[in-house]
Design a protein around this ligand. Structure first.
Ligand code: GLN
Length: 487
């Protein structure tokens, strides 16, 4: 059973399709591990019984159609799932049961995948450590001696579950790094597609101009396969692009001879651990070795990306989260009149980080401050995007570290929002510019913790990003070091 759960998604599907293993066997392999892994707290909601029932039906009727052919898959609890509780890891959405299915998840089920449950995340996807969840922090399957570590965030349940073999693959969301940073912290592959590549319909909104769904998987081929399934135009999301969908897995190739790879000097930051710099240097050497051409580039506005993000994202969040008032969804705290009910509901329903964002967002949008903050941030965002447009005249992809550190101890940064926000220095510019980027495990630091390398691409050129990652993956030869110590 344990071996089945370790298969890559591609391998698992092949074994199911060729009838080497049944859908029930496949599902059971994950169910057993999930039941023994409660300590990781990766799930908010489990749907194991219905998963097994569905697998049984598929075996009995011999219906295993679809690209994902009975692959058991859990998803971030930010995707609305019909008749299955969807909380965004917030108390305010406790017991919220959507009557509809998000486009991305409906694509998974249409291709035959089976839902295992909903994965824990930071509340409303705000955070970098999964510690802001109303359902408790998630634990990283990697640990440092006796210290338990964060799995990254906000898709921390996703990263922990993939790394611990509790799901064959998953989909997370990335507004400023929430797919890539947790992927880096847990030694898995995380892909943020181009803004508009995947529909946002039915995903609980955080910052609508930045949010994007994407795959989190064991390897690059699985990432390509998942992107094949979840991408595409959706008439229910006007920002989803009708650009032709790729055939990412089919076109995946390792030959990157002649590929031009940019190395941005602004990504060398103060106090960057030696292990990260040396991994980046190795990444450059591996790319050269594969026949790529390395070019030094400059993205001069990089240092403004984090401050810009922390104006735009809260501004959009403050507007998006206005809908949670105790009337339409989930939790309601009583009050003597309507206003007091609103106030009590929001005061008790939201956690501190979410409240902080709502306050910052409301402030930067308020009359008198709008021009100084929000409008200015929008202008700087354009400059950041222009930086990328310029360098993409010269290079095909950009190689950087994913995060400025490896996974840290639970509690270490909880009281220091600025330290927490710094986690996203290398990932946030990509969201501001709407670009695709992947994080893949590059190696381990001196304490045995995984570190990620990031490849950034031109808009809608996920194929180049995936191919470069595919080539790099082979050179790196990363092997999971997860030891099941929590079972
Ligand atoms: N860590 C960032 C934040 O807290 C990014 C979160 C995300 O990508 N959803 O906003």
């Amino acid at each position: 059973m344990t071996t089945i759960a370790k298969y890559t998604l591609v391998k698992l599907i092949n074994k199911i399709k060729s009838k080497e293993i049944s859908a029930v066997e496949a599902t059971n392999a994950y169910v057993e591990r999930i039941q023994k892994s409660k300590n990781l707290n990766a799930f908010v909601t489990l749907t194991l019984e219905s998963a097994l029932e569905q697998a049984k039906k598929a075996d009995e009727s011999n219906k295993k159609d679809g690209i994902l052919s009975c692959a058991p898959i859990a998803v971030k609890d930010l995707f609305c799932t019909k008749n299955v509780q969807t909380t965004a890891s917030s108390k305010i959405l406790k017991n919220f049961i959507p009557t509809y299915e998000s486009t991305v998840t409906s694509k998974l089920w249409n291709e035959g995948a089976i839902l295992l449950g909903k994965l824990n995340c930071d509340e409303f996807a705000m955070g970098s450590s999964n510690e802001t969840s109303a359902y408790g922090n998630v634990i990283n399957p990697y640990k440092n001696n006796n210290d338990t570590l964060v799995p990254g965030g906000s898709s921390g349940g996703c990263s922990s579950a993939v790394a611990a073999n509790l799901t064959s693959a998953t989909v997370g969301t990335d507004t400023g790094g929430s797919i890539r940073q947790p992927a880096a912290f847990t030694g898995i592959v995380g892909l943020k597609p181009t803004y508009g590549r995947c529909s946002r319909w039915g995903i609980v909104a955080f910052a609508s101009s930045l949010d994007q769904a994407g795959p989190m998987t064991k390897d690059v081929a699985d990432s390509a396969l998942m992107l094949d399934v979840i991408s595409g135009h959706d008439e229910k999301d006007s920002t989803s692009s009708n650009i032709k969908k790729g055939d990412f897995l089919k076109n995946l190739k390792k030959n990157i001879r002649g590929l031009k790879v940019g190395i941005p000097k602004e990504y060398i930051v103060d106090n960057m651990p030696k292990a990260i710099q040396s991994l980046w240097d190795k990444g450059i050497a591996w790319m050269k070795d594969s026949g790529a051409i390395i070019k030094n580039i400059s993205l001069p506005h990089t240092k403004y990306a984090l401050p810009t993000y922390y104006i735009i994202a809260p501004a959009e969040a403050s507007s998006n989260l206005a809908r949670y008032d105790g009337v339409k969804y989930g939790f309601r705290a009583p009050g003597k009149d309507l206003i007091e009910m609103y106030e009590n509901t929001r005061a008790q329903g939201f956690g501190n980080e979410v409240k902080r964002r709502i306050m910052i967002g409301t402030y930067v949008l308020s009359s008198g401050y709008y021009d100084a903050y929000y409008l200015k941030a929008q202008q700087v965002r354009r400059l950041i995007k222009n930086d990328f447009d310029n360098v993409f005249n010269e290079v095909d992809t950009i190689l950087t570290p994913t995060a400025p550190s490896s996974a840290f101890k639970i509690g270490d940064k909880r009281e220091d929002p600025i330290a927490m926000y710094l986690n996203d220095v290398f990932t946030v510019p990509v969201n501001l510019a709407g670009l695709p980027a992947i994080s893949l495990p590059g190696g381990l630091d001196e304490t045995g913790l995984p570190l990620g390398l990031q490849l950034i691409g031109k808009p809608f050129d996920e194929q180049t990003v995936l191919n470069a990652a595919y080539a790099l993956e082979e050179k790196i030869g990363f092997q999971s070091q997860v030891k099941d110590w929590w079972m």
